[in-house]
Design a protein around this ligand. Structure first.
Ligand code: CMP
Length: 232
């Protein structure tokens, strides 16, 4: 189970989106929102569902995916961590959910109903620019991701993912530069738009060439420069 969030008001105040809410407003939000504990692999909502609420991830990890209608394969658009907001797009534009949200590990979320979320946006003009910031960051990441899919080969996309994973793990890296990932090989394949077999082949090739070292869920980027040269 994830670390449970006990001081909800304190947690939300740390989140950039809600930091300006006063204590009463924060309490109103908490009273109206619904906290949910999710088991690993629980679906929060499906792509094309109507958008009835927006979520704040309190603990755990959520992935945002789109599925192929032909063979059910999934493509991972992004991963979310504690403090991240999701499901806001349908509330803003009134369209169905643009993607599916799945808990990749036991997680805790707070779901804010549509009406309350929209009225909060009206009452608190400071929230909208912060939401724009969230959306801009996400779009920027998505642009990079589309660029990868459009212009890089599978080995290039895997190299870029390894560099991203290494950068994101920077604060928790071991002395030898190693880091653990909770991403499965299948999730790495689904993030890079390749098959699991190809992903494994590329990882083995990079290991043989001394670019990385892998021990199950532990990775070390041994030659960042050469890995970077593959992302062109
Ligand atoms: P919504 O369309 O309501 O439901 C799916 C949610 O996934 C969406 O709101 C966003 O919160 C989130 N989302 C959509 N696209 C991306 C993306 N490219 N990266 C991260 N999150 C996304």
């Amino acid at each position: 189970m994830p670390d449970r969030v006990r001081d909800l008001a304190g947690f939300l105040r740390e989140s950039p989106l809600f930091t300006d809410l006063d204590t009463d407003e924060l309490q109103d939000l908490i009273d109206i929102a619904r906290k949910r504990d999710l088991a690993k692999n629980a679906i929060i909502f499906y792509e094309a569902d109507p958008g009835t609420s927006c979520g704040v991830l309190l603990a755990g990890k959520v992935k945002i995916v789109v599925n192929s209608t032909h063979d059910g394969r999934e493509h991972i658009l992004g991963f979310l961590g504690p403090g991240d907001v999701f499901g806001e797009m349908s509330l803003i534009d009134g369209e169905p959910r643009s993607a599916t949200a799945v808990a990749v590990e036991a997680s805790e979320i707070l779901m804010v109903p549509r009406e309350e979320f929209l009225s909060l946006l009206n009452r608190q003009p400071g929230i909208a620019p912060k939401l724009l910031l969230v959306l801009s960051r996400r779009l920027r990441q998505t642009d990079r991701h589309v660029e990868s899919l459009a212009f890089l080969s599978a080995p290039g996309r895997v190299a870029r993912l390894l560099l991203e994973m290494s950068r994101e793990a920077a604060p928790t890296k071991h002395e030898d530069g190693g880091f653990e990932t909770r991403m499965t090989r299948q999730e790495m394949a689904n993030r890079t738009g390749t098959s699991r077999e190809t992903l494994t082949r590329v990882l083995m090739d990079y290991q043989d060439r001394g670019l990385i070292r892998i021990d199950r869920q532990r990775f070390i980027v041994r030659d960042e420069e050469r890995l970077r040269a593959l992302v062109v």
